[in-house]
Design a protein around this ligand. Structure first.
Ligand code: 13P
Ligand code: SF4
Length: 305
């Protein structure tokens, strides 16, 4: 079958089976073309609960499918490719979190959404890159323990100087690859381009950016900007999508190394197989995790809306 034929078959099966396909912005173009919604982690979370479909296929990484299940317990939710995980989400386990909470007993615990559902059961609220500043500002706490990404944490802390922050030493292994040297070289090659970066990048990189935001934030900024050239400091699929959407503008990757293999593992055929009933993994979480993570995720939606 050709790609177009597989896409047609997916469109037919998803309608027949009442399936909504959600795709993170890091997914490939052929997947975005069959998706009902494409967005950043926050957009996906909200969209999951708004959708009227009985079934959801998540094209992204495991924590995104788990968030979707927690927000829509009555829906059947599949992760299109079961081995798609986020390494950052696995960095901090409950035991270590409990030790951190003992060290910072008077801090509210804010978890990046890139964490397991189990970890969320012992956090006060979770945040995404697009909602973190707003939620930490609104949170009724002067002291915040931000886990696991210290890069996003420091970016948030800078916007809210009136609050005190403590951090963990995790982070996204992909975005942390970017160095100021990559920035120097990219700016030298493209002196007229604006630098747009994700807050998971190191502080030294974020400090040089013209715009800092989530994947959707970066895409919207580039589309609405008068500028014609951009260096993109997040996963390289965003370069590809922007080039499709804005053929009259130029987009350059900050480094070729900014490729998330976990996000890239999902293919069009995974969706096809999932719909055929011979692929994907249906997300099932124990009742206590649904309840505990639900409290943390619902609070994010309440404060972030
Ligand atoms: P966004 O919320 O910006 O989509 O980020 C998710 C992510 O995993 C970035 O690496
Ligand atoms: Fe996780 Fe980083 Fe990949 Fe995002 S880019 S899914 S944070 S490993």
């Amino acid at each position: 079958m050709t790609i177009a034929e597989i896409q047609q078959e997916i469109m037919r099966m998803k309608k027949e089976q009442d399936v909504c396909i959600l795709a993170h912005a890091y997914q490939s173009q052929d997947i975005l073309e069959v998706a009902d919604y494409m967005g950043d982690s926050y957009g996906l979370s909200v969209q999951a609960s708004k959708s009227r479909c009985k079934n959801v296929i998540m094209c992204g990484v495991r924590f995104m499918a788990e968030t979707c299940k927690v927000l829509s317990p009555q829906k059947r939710v599949w992760l299109a490719n079961p081995i798609a995980g986020c390494p950052m989400a696995e960095q901090l386990d409950l035991e270590f979190l409990r030790a951190l909470k003992q060290k910072y007993p008077d801090h509210a615990v804010v978890a990046y959404i890139n964490t397991t559902s189990e970890l969320k059961t012992e956090c006060d609220v979770c945040v995404t890159s697009s909602s973190a500043v707003e939620i930490c500002k609104k949170l009724d706490a002067d002291k915040i323990l931000f886990v696991p990404d210290p890069n996003l944490g420091h970016y948030v802390a800078e916007q809210i100087p009136e609050k005190e922050f403590a951090f963990y030493t995790g982070g996204c292994p992909r975005h942390m690859i970017v160095t100021p040297e990559h920035v120097r070289k990219a700016k030298e090659l493209h002196p007229n381009a604006l630098l747009l970066v994700h807050p998971e990048c190191r502080q030294e990189v974020v400090a040089q950016a013209d715009y800092v935001g989530s994947t959707t934030g970066i895409m919207n900024y580039a589309k609405n900007s008068e500028c014609k050239e951009f260096i993109i400091g997040t996963e390289n699929s965003i370069v590809e999508h922007l080039q499709f959407d804005c053929p009259d503008k130029q987009f350059y990757p900050l480094t070729v190394q900014l490729t998330c293999m976990n996000m890239k593992i999902t293919t069009l055929m995974d969706i096809y197989n999932c719909l055929k009933g011979c692929g994907g993994e249906e997300i099932a979480l124990p009742a206590d995790i649904m309840e505990g993570a639900g409290r943390c995720i619902h609070r994010m939606v309440e404060l972030g809306g």
